[in-house]
Design a protein around this ligand. Sequence first.
Ligand SMILES: [Zn+2]
Length: 236
Amino acid sequence: MNVGNNNKDIVEDMDNTVKQGQKRGYEELLQGNRDWVQRELNEDPDYFTKLASGQEPDVLWIGCSDSRVPANQVTNTKPGQVFVHRNIANVCVHSDMNMLSVLDYAVNVLKVKHVIVAGHYGCGGVAAALSNKQYGVIDNWLRHIKDVYRLHSNELNRISDEKKKLNRLVELNAMEQVYNLCKTTIVQNAWRERADLEIHGWVIDLGTGLVKDLGVTVKNSDNLDKVFALDKSDIK
Ligand SMILES: [Zn+2]
């Protein structure tokens, strides 16, 4: 695998995500909370009474932990509208009980209609996976992205510009995570019961704030590779 260390700057960006002027003191966070509560109450005195009564989100967002890609702000939605799971580089692994629990609850209890895997250009996790540097325990998590690289190495090795290569791997990673979700029993069984569940792949451009829909939306098991297609379960 021909990967270099030229993404060092981007990796260091990951370490310096909180830039000068963006750091907030602990007390400021508490004051920020009070300000937010007051702002919402000014608009709607019953806001928190309604919020506390329950949630009916239509969307599950699986995004990167990066502090620059908050689901609600990116989609201009309010609390209660998006169920959220985030990890480094928006990886969806079928052995991750945390992700599977969120997916199962969102699909089978909340009955969300859209699951969105949202990557972002300049992702430090993907850049780290593209490098040969050790970062510690996270290296094992990032192995999943190196596997994505291996799957698409023919295409990626033809890209000489390191930034373009990173951005393409960000896209391919989001796409592969969409396909990983489709292979789960959770999604396959849900598609047997209802036709209104769609899995989407997005990439957010931090430079513009805009989302790019990768056009890999999956709505059923029809195109699933045969080895991953599971028969209807008899287990009840
Ligand atoms: Zn990221």
